[in-house]
Design a protein around this ligand. Structure first.
Ligand SMILES: Cc1cc2nc3c(=O)[nH]c(=O)nc-3n(C[C@H](O)[C@H](O)[C@H](O)COP(=O)(O)OP(=O)(O)OC[C@H]3O[C@@H](n4cnc5c(N)ncnc54)[C@H](O)[C@@H]3O)c2cc1C
Length: 393
């Protein structure tokens, strides 16, 4: 990393810290109460040019690696989990374009446009009838005279109504098998969305994730080259699982931060004594640190691999990497609710109440989504099959 790049990253991290405390945290309760898009956070992120953090510098972005992106997401999550989830999902989509369509003239221009205009990308992998299995599609892209038509009935589409484009999975052609998928960009103005379900959810309410019927068309160049099997294993899964884990940690850190303020306030009331809750705080801080080290370690390993070019990309297709990424996701999604629960035991009733400065309701509800966002059971099932043949533990 050059000194200039490091200075730029530090400045962007400081910008996110400011957005987290001065914008995201300020509006988080209203976003949650109204189940509305965190537009203030997103406007601030766009103003700070953070939506192009992953776009290569030569195309107008910051060219940040996984560890840097995870630091940004985890920092924002300490102000508002839903805002951080929107940012993390956007980065996962941009990663697929940068890493799998970087040689396409169309996508290079698109990335320049994304950086210049701070375009927001959403994701549509879910589909009615595939039951949460992202690696199967029912819908298929139809191509004719250099153009495409695509219709999809998605069960869940986070912030699709607020995005400038959506990356959608579908079958490669009407006669292709369900698992023969491609990933394609559909652009605002070229699609209609008909909302099919509501989004009155327990948590992550600001992600605004109801079901949608998508009807879209556009130039064939918007289909990402190669197969979704590769872009999923080499980019969508690594970016999603590492960035999601980092932001779930950020939510847990926010909860532990509130609990530690609670403990310090108790200590101030009785100078010279250690409040009994301090012991619980010591215990939960151990778990928080372990959780942080898990995503940091994998993000660092991923960056090392990314630095090895095509060989590194090939390695991401191995069972070893699939297991590592799945384990991180399962572990983080289990740890975050447990940590928030521990923090709640420290704050007691003041954390349970929705109108206290120590309130942990939103954080608790938000992290409960972690094990469902790609069901842990589904992922564990895949791990179980892989472990039957994988010996290199
Ligand atoms: C906050 C949030 C935002 C989301 N945003 C988006 C988005 O932007 N775009 C998008 O496309 N999708 C999105 N999703 C959807 C998500 O990616 C999953 O597709 C969806 O949550 C899975 O739905 P499900 O639980 O019904 O599916 P399933 O995976 O089918 O799970 C249903 C049940 O089956 C069980 N099960 C499944 N497989 C197995 C197995 N192998 N062994 C044992 N039990 C199993 C599960 O434990 C669960 O009880 C979002 C989800 C959340 C929570």
């Amino acid at each position: 990393m050059t000194a200039g790049h490091e200075a730029h990253f530090n400045a962007q991290l400081a910008a996110v810290r400011k957005i987290a405390t001065e914008v995201a945290a300020r509006h988080a309760a209203d976003v949650d109460a109204k189940s509305r898009f965190p537009r203030e956070s997103l406007e601030a992120l766009k103003d700070a040019k953070l939506l192009s953090a992953l776009v290569p510098a030569e195309l107008g972005g910051s060219g940040f690696g996984m560890r840097q992106l995870a630091s940004l997401c985890s920092t924002l999550a300490q102000g508002c989990g839903a805002s951080a989830m929107v940012l993390a999902m956007h980065y996962s989509q941009v990663a697929c374009i940068v890493r799998h369509a970087g040689d396409s003239a169309f996508f290079r221009d698109y990335l320049k446009e994304l950086a210049a205009q701070q375009l927001l990308l959403a994701s549509m992998t879910s589909e009615n009838g595939t039951f949460g299995e992202t690696r199967t599609s029912i819908c298929a892209v139809e191509r004719s005279a250099g153009r495409f038509k695509l219709e999809k009935d998605a069960t869940t589409g986070s912030y699709c109504e607020h995005a400038d484009g959506i990356l959608v999975t579908c079958r490669r052609a009407p006669d292709a098998a369900g698992t023969d998928q491609v990933l394609m960009l559909v652009r605002k103005g070229d699609y209609t969305l008909t909302q099919t379900t509501t989004w009155d959810a327990l948590g992550m309410r600001g992600t605004c994730s109801p079901g949608f019927k998508l009807v879209s068309h556009g130039p064939e160049a918007q289909i990402i080259p190669g197969s979704f099997a590769d872009s999923s294993a080499q980019s969508m899964v690594p970016y999603s699982h590492i960035l999601w884990s980092s932001l779930w940690w950020g939510i847990a850190a926010d909860a532990v931060g509130r609990a530690s303020e609670f403990v310090r306030a108790a200590a101030r009331r009785n100078p010279g004594t250690v409040p009994p809750t301090a012991l619980r705080l010591a215990e939960v801080s151990t778990r928080l640190q372990a959780m942080r080290h898990n995503w940091l370690a994998l993000a660092t390993e991923f960056d090392d691999l990314a630095g090895r070019g095509p060989d590194g990309m090939k390695e991401l297709l191995t069972i070893g990497w699939a297991l590592k990424l799945n384990n991180l996701k399962i572990g983080a999604s289990q740890a975050a609710p447990q940590i928030v629960h521990e923090a709640l035991q420290i704050t007691g009733i003041l954390g349970y109440k929705n109108d206290s400065p120590f309130s942990l309701g939103r954080q608790y509800r938000d992290v409960l989504s972690a094990s469902l966002m790609i069901s842990n059971d589904r992922i564990a099932g895949k791990n179980a099959s892989m472990l039957l043949i994988y010996k290199d533990l």
